[in-house]
Ligand binder design. Structure first.
Ligand code: AMP
Length: 397
């Protein structure tokens, strides 16, 4: 049996899954959180054998991995008994350097740390976890799978901001795009589900989770996406504003709001949270149903923005063969899906109301039989994709 340890780390957390390469089954999964908060660390371990939750001091990511290894031992299935052949690390920002999954050596790890300049919230935590994991599992190959890599096929016209060329080059300012692992696997699964060659399809994927982005995919290649230099651009999200006039930021700065506060306002206190008081669409939906005007407006703004991108990417692709919804709201929001797709009949997009509203968990078609654009819901399983990409790289090198 071959398994992959998939690691998704943040500055104060490590989430992991051990995935059987062939079946995709989770052999175990868990997380370590509140790393670096004195006396507040929490370690969760889950497997078929049961669940264990412990509280302990986790000063850094090395201690986090030591705690993970200890949980496996305590559960009676030491981690080295699981047939793990690779460690796959999810890395949010690969800049322009990384266009594919990459075997991690010292130089690659250092470059991931250097890219913290572009992703200060994410890459330092990835680096800390990579260093710690390589120390705990020195004999295993470690692979970095990047959220940005899939979008490196975007044409210059799509990724260039209209700034002074020298300034943009000096500071690395361009659009990179994120959620690439999700957009890639979801578009591939949609093609498989329809039994059509990926290369023949123009697809628009809406990844609507707490973070959200849209991607225009031509023949399996990303040609445009809504996130930019950072994951702040584009759609309205759980706590992020998405698109906003850069002049609004200058206005806030000139009025004395600090850079850190502007950062917090746009990334952590905006979106559904800022407009309604909750970042969770279930709360927003319930409030709107109860007549809350702010919640109703928030949904209108969300839908309006998503429809902008749907229309824009129909233009970018010259039409579409599929529109695919994925992630928390995309998979569980038939009401949102209907609002976003309404009025696109002019381009041959017609939802089937019953199919859209029918509960389901796997990949499924929700458009009418006579719809020229096939609309699907496809669950995102980014961890399984990271496992597959990691093992493919290890097998080929
Ligand atoms: P994700 O980032 O993909 O895990 O998505 C998380 C978000 O999906 C939550 O914050 C909710 O807003 C939304 N979500 C999850 N489950 C549901 C549901 N059953 N109905 C509506 N929205 C949901």
């Amino acid at each position: 049996m071959n398994a992959v340890l998939v690691v998704n780390s943040g500055s104060s957390s490590i989430k992991y899954q051990v995935i059987d390469e062939r079946s995709g089954d989770r052999l175990a999964q868990g997380l370590v959180e509140r790393i670096g908060e004195r006396g507040a660390g929490r370690v969760v371990y889950r497997s078929a054998a049961g669940e264990a939750v412990t509280e302990q001091d986790i000063p850094d990511h090395s201690a986090g991995f030591a705690a993970i290894v200890e949980e496996f031992r305590a559960a009676g299935t030491p981690i080295d008994s699981l047939g793990i052949v690779a460690v796959g690390h999810r890395v949010v920002h690969g800049g322009s350097d990384f266009i594919a999954p990459t075997m991690i050596d010292d130089a690659v790890a250092q470059r991931i740390l250097d890219l913290a300049e572009l992703a200060p919230l994410h890459n330092p935590g990835h680096y800390a976890a990579i260093v710690a994991a390589r120390a705990v599992f020195p004999d295993l190959p470690h692979v970095a799978v990047f959220d940005t890599a899939f979008h490196q096929t975007m044409p210059e016209s799509a990724y260039t901001y209209a700034l002074d060329r020298g300034l943009a080059a000096e500071h690395g300012i361009r659009r990179y795009g994120f959620h690439g692992i999700s957009h890639q696997v979801v578009s591939r699964r949609a093609a498989t589900h329809l039994d059509r060659p990926l290369e023949s399809l123009r697809q628009i994927v809406l990844h609507l989770g707490n973070g959200a982005s849209v991607c225009a995919i031509d023949g399996g290649r990303s040609v445009d996406t809504s996130m930019g230099l950072t994951p702040l651009e584009g759609l309205v999200m759980g706590t992020r504003s998405g698109n906003i006039d850069a002049g609004a930021i200058l206005h806030l700065l000139r009025r004395g709001v600090s850079i850190d506060d502007v950062d917090r306002e746009l990334n952590k206190r905006a979106g559904f949270l800022g407009m309604t008081g909750s970042n969770d669409f279930r709360d927003v939906r319930a409030a709107a149903a109860a007549g809350d005007e702010a919640a109703t407006l928030a949904i209108d703004v969300y839908v309006h923005r998503a429809r902008h991108y749907l229309g824009a990417y129909l233009a970018v692709l010259g039409g579409a063969d599929t529109v695919v919804f994925t992630a928390g709201l995309g998979e569980n929001g038939p009401d949102l899906r209907a609002l976003i797709c309404a009025g696109f009949e002019w381009c041959g997009l017609r939802l089937d109301q019953a199919k859209n509203e029918a509960p389901g968990s796997g990949a499924r078609v929700i458009s009418a039989d006579d719809s020229e654009i096939t609309v699907l819901v496809v669950p995102a399983d980014e961890e399984a994709e990271i496992a597959q990409q990691s093992i493919a790289l290890v097998a080929s090198s």
